[in-house]
Design a protein around this ligand. Structure first.
Ligand code: HEC
Length: 233
């Protein structure tokens, strides 16, 4: 008996099912998501990262930060991410639409970093990251995060000391020999810029049902269009 048509049908169905499941359904669910312009803020969210921050994402990928850090805040009930201060709301698909490669991660040896830019902010945030990368023991004694001191360069001071030198941020036993200074490499600057940019605190009006406050007692009326009393941040 000629089984070729049956075999062909089997192969066709397998491919069709996979394509529907992997490509089509995702395209229907997420393909139409667009950035949202907020008139009061005068900005479009998710914000476009700066060029330096995008370079920093490459450094993050390069150095394997993803093996210990996730970038996805779970909703209450699926963990205690909100109580740990990792975010005011769960991550939603729209948060990631500007990213070519989404670095969700699977292991949480360290904290989730999706909103780390809301925890360490501005100049003091930058300085914290410098100390932490130079040696996590400085900021977080007992940490098992490896140090990334190779992101900094110890060099002889030639002429004027660099305004970017960072040894003033380090404890006494990390000081370079006299006449030397420690400066961040471009990779360090980029990586820190990237971390400062990670902040999904903004809540999309379309996504307001995902605001994380105390888990409410379940009610029949809390449907998809439930209005929120929380102001969008
Ligand atoms: C071996 C696992 C491991 C790797 C690899 C790792 N980390 Fe960590 N990280 C941790 C742990 C554990 C902590 C918590 C203790 C601490 O603050 O050092 C942490 C903390 C942090 C924090 C502070 C988060 C907060 O909310 O306080 C940042 C930022 C961070 N890591 C960034 C990075 C970056 C960027 C990389 C890659 C260059 C990286 N980590 C690689 C384990 C890791």
């Amino acid at each position: 008996m000629n089984r070729a048509p049956l075999l062909f049908l089997g192969i066709f169905m397998t491919l069709a099912f996979s394509w529907t499941g992997i490509v089509l359904i995702n395209q229907i669910s997420y393909g139409k998501l667009t950035p949202v312009y907020d008139e009061t803020e005068g900005k479009t969210f998710p914000l476009t990262p700066t060029g330096l921050a995008m370079q920093g994402k490459r450094v993050y990928e390069d150095l394997g930060c993803i093996y210990c850090h996730t970038q996805q805040v779970r909703r209450p009930g699926f963990g205690v991410d909100d109580k740990r201060g990792w975010g005011d709301r769960q991550s939603v698909a729209r948060d990631y639409i500007r990213e070519g490669r989404v670095l969700l991660g699977t292991m949480r040896t360290g904290p989730d970093l999706r909103n780390v830019g809301a925890r360490y902010v501005g100049e003091s945030g930058r300085e914290w990251h410098i100390r932490h990368f130079y040696d996590p023991q400085i900021t977080s004694p007992g940490s098992i995060m490896p140090h990334f001191a190779f992101l900094f360069e110890t060099r002889k001071i030639v002429g004027q000391p660099s305004p970017h030198a960072i040894q003033r941020l380090l404890p006494a036993d990390y000081q370079p020999p006299l006449g030397y200074e420690i400066v961040p490499t471009r990779r360090a600057d980029a990586l820190i810029e990237y971390l400062l940019s990670l902040n999904d605190s903004y809540t999309y009006p379309q996504e307001s049902r995902y605001i994380v406050t105390e888990p409410e007692p379940a009610s029949e009326t809390s449907g998809a269009a439930a209005p929120t009393t929380e102001p969008a941040k």
